[in-house]
Write a protein that binds this ligand. Structure first.
Ligand code: HSE
Length: 398
């Protein structure tokens, strides 16, 4: 019997407890995965929970218990989560987490620490919720050079876009729905400003390209400025707006990674990914495009990915870890200013005549919206529109 402790009894932590104890989807009923939850650590009290007898206040109880071989960190953030992760690894316990912020920022150091102590640090749930992606990327695509990652990586943003388009609700109403469903982060700024997508893209890129891509190397724009007018024009021009995390390997071996909302044409499979679903398109030099799809947030999908890692750690798989990555390589980071696209542009009223002179694309006179015919970089587009009252400029995914 492998004994585990869960740190943090929020949406994901409580889901992990349910799944591992068999009161959820029944992992514990499988004969090959005899895993017992021995402790749960949380600063809050849950006297009515069926797990109430398992709660402890002090991490040292877990750290000093030789029976605990796997610790599940679902606290989130970088404070106690980092401290407890380091202490657990140093105490010779494997750590499994859904904490993308911690992995994106300190992943390489924590992987080294785990290796030093003969245990594993696993984080399948940190990207794509319930979608199996890190292990398939590490193992099944190991023979490929990854040429591009392009993904819808935040369930909250995708849920917001879907509700705005399908139900005509405002951004704020849609965000409330995402929070009520347990999709959003504690501070939803991380979702809507794109930081959550940025962290997930760091993790994918680090595994795919073999060196630690840092959050500050990924220019990031969120979705807060998208309006129903933009959504309506996207629909009228055969596109959907999606927040994408993208990392493109250039001919020079540099990787340009960024997070931005995009106009995605309906013939691209990412356009029809709706609601809380995520999708990750990987381009391998041998495989071509491979797409992974599933629920990107929520209690049980995320708990499923955490529990799979607990099982992997518990089985002491020789290769439980993912493809390792080296230290950051600043010289391999490409500049987003060099990446060309077509652009959707929305201008304030009265700017139509000037814009027509400058942009030779499709023009919607009533809405003062445009899609440029020519691909251009953001600096080129901004220079072209310098004197015009631009309300929105969104990249089109070609
Ligand atoms: N807040 C995240 C999302 C949770 O909405 O995708 C899953 O990582």
């Amino acid at each position: 019997m492998v004994k585990t402790a869960i740190l943090g009894f929020g949406v994901v932590g409580s889901g992990v407890a349910e799944v591992l104890s068999g009161s959820g989807n029944g992992v514990s009923r499988r004969p090959d995965s005899l895993i017992e939850v021995k402790y749960i650590l949380d600063v809050r009290k849950f006297p009515d929970s069926p797990f109430a007898p398992l709660f402890v206040d002090d991490f040292s109880t877990i750290e000093s218990d030789p029976e605990i071989s796997v610790v599940v960190e679902t606290i989130g953030g970088m404070g106690a989560a980092l401290d407890f992760t380091e202490r657990a690894l140093k105490a010779g316990k494997s750590v499994v987490t859904s904490n993308k912020e911690l992995v994106a920022t300190h992943g390489r150091r924590l992987l080294d620490l785990a290796a030093e102590h003969g245990v594993v640090y696993l984080f399948e749930a940190s990207v794509g919720g319930g979608i199996p992606i890190l292990r398939p990327l590490s193992e099944c695509m190991a023979a490929n050079d990854i040429l591009e990652i392009c993904g819808i990586l935040n369930g909250t943003c995708n849920y917001i876009f879907t509700r705005m388009v399908q139900d005509g609700v405002t951004f704020q109403e849609a965000l409330k729905g995402a929070q009520a469903n347990g999709y959003a982060e504690q501070d939803p700024t991380a979702d809507v400003e794109g930081y959550d997508t940025c962290r997930k893209l760091c993790i994918l890129s680090s595994i795919a390209f073999g060196w630690h891509m840092l959050p500050e190397q990924i220019p990031t724009r969120g979705i807060t400025e998208i309006t129903q007018a933009d959504e309506a024009y996207a629909a009228a021009s055969g596109c959907r707006i999606k927040l994408l995390g993208r990392a493109v390997m250039g001919q020079d071996g540099k990787v340009t990674a960024y997070v931005e909302p995009h106009f995605v044409p309906m013939d691209n499979p990412l356009a029809s990914v709706d609601d809380v679903f995520n999708a990750i398109l990987l381009k391998g030099d041998a495989t071509g495009d491979v797409m992974f799809y599933g629920k990107g947030a929520g209690k049980l999908p995320t708990a499923s990915a955490v529990c799979a890692d607990v099982i992997a750690a518990a089985r002491k798989l020789e290769r439980a870890g993912y493809r390792p990555w080296q230290a950051n390589r600043p010289e391999c980071v490409g500049s987003l200013d060099d990446l060309s696209s077509r652009w959707y542009v929305r201008l304030a009223h009265g700017a139509l005549a000037d814009a027509q002179r400058l942009i030779y694309g499709r023009v919607d006179a009533a809405e003062r919206t445009y899609i440029t015919n020519q691909s251009m970089t953001r600096p080129q587009m901004e220079a072209l529109l310098a004197d015009l009252p631009v309300l929105a400029a969104i990249r089109v995914l070609d």
